[in-house]
Design a protein around this ligand. Structure first.
Ligand code: ZN
Ligand code: ZN
Length: 748
């Protein structure tokens, strides 16, 4: 079938102005490799039992790299057999040596369960796998520690439950041969920066118990797999990226809802378009999954699609939610696999690898934030035969950029998973935790990193003794270090109707995201904040069904604390360094979901907050600002440039635009000139601004194309407007921003 384009049943659906791009990814033959001769008979037998008589070349490559004793990161495509690539060396080692132990790390409990199930099905003699997480009953824990030679857990449990109690794990650590880190790209940003320290603590303890485990990582396709492996573990890794799995032909469609108002840049609803496609595809008998960002959208698309179909077909559609019990999930999965269900709408809870069988079509409604996520969603389409993958664009700038520049989405590989384990706001807690686990001395610089030793004198409750830095506090420090925040004094977000803790809001951002009256989104569900208790650092929320969202109005100031790098780039002085950001949330607006109209402005009485972070900033040269010097045009042009730059940075650094802040001013006190700042929204910084500094030329060039291509006249949500602007999108000049950024780009 290679090279032959077939006509498909969906061809007549994919027509009209909405079709922004129609492409095809050719089928690919597998490149097999024989099972390694050195494989243990028990593993060979188990594979034979599952009908596996040979490998794909990349699996064999990973096995060989692991056999040489080094670390490995496998970063091949969705459904390419990454799991077997890391399982093989591990199972082989466990089968060969009854003392050997392996630890598997999964970001969620559900993924650990899936992996445990497939290991069980594989049934290699001598392999005793068990899950050890927060749900494991206390009486079972001891038994697992003694019995299992393959333990599946998550970073939180490792951080709080295993490492601080390493005396209970002595035998396990002494024999630890392999640490598997699956879905490694998930460990980025704040979470990744913490996990990188947890893994360093694990390496140190293993060494104390006499073991040097090998790390085997698997990641979605990203630009910097080797760099990510190094950042996470502190050690080099061999990158295995040459995907040898077969692939069926896939049609890729980019679908843009029609423009209703060109001047305002207003488009028809992505939900309506998605339901039309879902109904069209399921109506042709095609098994289709539709991914959305919120539960509400998933329900609406389901409802709209049902309205378009005859009763018999409509009955074969279902929504799928993260909140389902495992039994409900399995039931839906079973019905999908058997073909009883035709269409499922889901939030991206399904995205992380859980297997629901082979579908014909996948529709992503709104860019899910990273190319890696989109690829995972699309990877469900057409695993066996010709598949169809569609992205339905939202009005968001990045979505619209992709509609006009398909190669930016489909052909380039620029997205990098970044983290910074040395951020003191992250590191200090782990230095304390490490000292609690065993005294920290100079020799630990090899595993914990030299930065840990540098921070030790600054960590309260550590005391320097002849044995090294020791913990002098009372209780264990690890539980006080949340892995998803850079501030230990984060606000808890609590559902007042159930008492459940939904999550954490970092102190720096709490006032703009969970102030009283804010609409808060969690796992695709909406909540209304009833009360923000500054003393108790707690936001009480309740489920919310209203049709407005909120946007905080805030005043921001920055001051440059320490420039770290300065380079002549794009005709100007580009800087990277540490800045201090002060934000004062003064009011919020209620805005209609339907059209973004302002319903109300409510003043707030909150104190200002200040935090240190990292920023990239630039001072345009006079000739780059020629004709834009008059106020307020100058400020409006810089402000619009700042917004559009922020909109496109997530394409380079895997993050959310909510992870990035910005400030533009016609006169900055520290530079004495008009200046644009783009800063890391997390205290201390996690590498986002640094990535912007490194990739400045490509980043600015993308932003120029975004502004050039947007069909609106004077700026719209798809180019210069920002859903999180503290000035509520006042003073934005699209033409001025384009003039400035093109002049910069042309001087590169
Ligand atoms: Zn626009
Ligand atoms: Zn703004």
């Amino acid at each position: 079938m290679v090279g032959v384009t077939t006509t498909a049943v969906w061809d007549d659906l994919l027509v009209g102005d909405e079709l922004a791009h129609l492409g095809r990814e050719a089928a690919r033959e597998a490149r097999p490799a024989p099972l390694p001769d050195s494989l243990q008979p028990a593993v060979r037998d188990a594979l034979a039992g599952r009908g596996i008589g040979e490998l794909y070349a990349h699996q064999a490559e990973a096995y060989e790299a692991a056999s040489r004793g080094g670390n490995v990161i496998v970063t091949t495509g969705t459904a390419s057999g990454k799991t077997l690539a890391f399982n093989l060396p591990v199972l082989d080692a466990l089968a060969a040596d009854r003392h050997a132990r392996a630890l598997y790390l999964y970001p969620t409990k559900a993924l650990a369960q899936d992996q445990a199930r497939s290991l069980g099905e594989l049934g290699v003699a001598g392999v005793r796998a068990a899950i050890y997480d927060g749900d494991t009953p206390t009486e079972r824990r001891r038994q697992i520690r003694g019995w299992a030679n393959l333990v599946l857990t998550n970073p939180d449990m490792l951080h709080i439950g295993v490492l601080p109690r390493h005396d209970l794990w002595g035998d396990f650590l002494h024999n630890l041969r392999f640490v598997v880190v699956d879905e490694a790209h998930v460990y980025r940003g704040v979470f990744g920066s913490h996990v990188a320290n947890v893994l360093r603590r694990l390496r140190r303890l293993a060494r104390i118990y006499g073991a040097e485990p090998q790390f085997l990582l698997a990641s979605a396709t990203i630009a910097n797999a080797g760099e990510l492996a190094h950042a996470l573990t502190g050690e080099e890794a061999t990158v295995v990226e040459d995907d040898a799995a077969p692939r069926a032909e896939r049609t890729v469609a980019l679908w843009n809802p029609p423009l209703l108002d060109e001047e305002l840049g207003l488009r028809a609803s992505a939900l309506g378009e998605a339901s039309r496609l879902l109904a069209g595809l399921t109506g042709r008998g095609l098994r289709t999954i539709c991914f959305t960002k919120s539960r509400k959208s998933a329900e609406l698309i389901h409802r709209f699609a049902v309205d378009r179909l005859d009763a018999a077909t409509a009955a074969r559609l279902a929504p799928y939610r993260a909140g389902y019990t495992p039994q409900q999930r399995r039931e839906i999965e079973r019905r999908l696999v058997e073909g009883d269900l035709l269409g499922v709408t889901s939030t991206d809870a399904l995205e992380l690898g859980i297997d629901i069988g082979d579908l014909d079509c996948a529709i992503s409604v709104g860019f899910p934030g990273t190319v890696a996520s989109l690829r995972q969603q699309w990877g469900r389409a057409g695993r066996r035969g010709h598949g169809l993958a569609i992205l339905v664009a939202s009005e968001d700038a990045l979505d619209q950029y992709f509609m006009r520049e398909p190669p930016a989405l489909l052909e380039r590989r620029v997205e990098a998973a970044i983290l910074d384990h040395a951020n003191p706001r992250v590191l200090d807690g782990h230095v304390a935790a490490a000292a609690f686990e065993a005294p920290v001395d100079e020799g630990d610089a090899e595993t914990l990193g030299p930065e840990a030793l540098e921070r030790a004198p600054h960590v309260p409750e550590l005391r320097h003794t002849p044995r090294g830095w020791v913990w002098a506090g009372t209780d264990a420090p690890a539980p006080r270090v949340p892995l998803r925040s850079t501030s230990p004094d984060a606000f808890l977000v609590v559902d007042a109707s159930t008492g459940d803790v939904l999550g954490l809001a970092e102190r720096e951002r709490a006032f703009s995201t969970v102030h009283e009256g804010a609409v808060y989104l969690h796992l695709g569900r909406q909540y209304l904040v009833r009360e923000l208790d500054l003393e108790a650092r707690r936001a009480l929320v309740e489920p919310f069904g209203g049709d407005w969202y909120t946007q905080a109005k805030k005043e921001t100031e920055t001051s440059i604390e320490e420039p770290l790098r300065g380079e002549r780039r794009l005709g100007l002085e580009l800087s990277f360094g540490r800045v201090s950001v002060t934000e004062h949330v003064v009011a919020y607006q209620k805005k209609a979901v339907a059209d973004g109209a302002t319903l109300d402005t409510v003043p707030l009485d909150l104190p200002p907050t200040t935090f240190d972070t990292e920023a990239v900033w630039f001072v345009p040269r006079p000739h780059q600002l020629e004709g834009l010097e008059a106020m307020p045009l100058l400020l409006s042009s810089l402000h619009a440039a700042e917004h559009s730059l922020i909109a496109l940075l997530p394409l380079w650094a895997m993050c959310d635009r909510w992870d990035i802040g910005g400030l533009s001013t016609n006169l900055h006190l520290d530079t004495g000139a008009p200046t644009v700042f783009v800063y890391d929204g997390h205290a201390g910084g996690v590498g986002i601004a640094a990535r912007g500094f490194e990739q400045f030329e490509g980043w600015v060039a993308d932003t120029v194309r975004l502004l050039e291509g947007c069909p609106c006249e004077r700026g719209c949500p798809s180019c210069v407007q920002s859903p999180k602007c503290g000035n509520l999108n006042e003073f934005l000049d699209k033409a001025g921003a384009l003039t400035l950024l093109s002049r910069m780009s042309n001087s590169g």
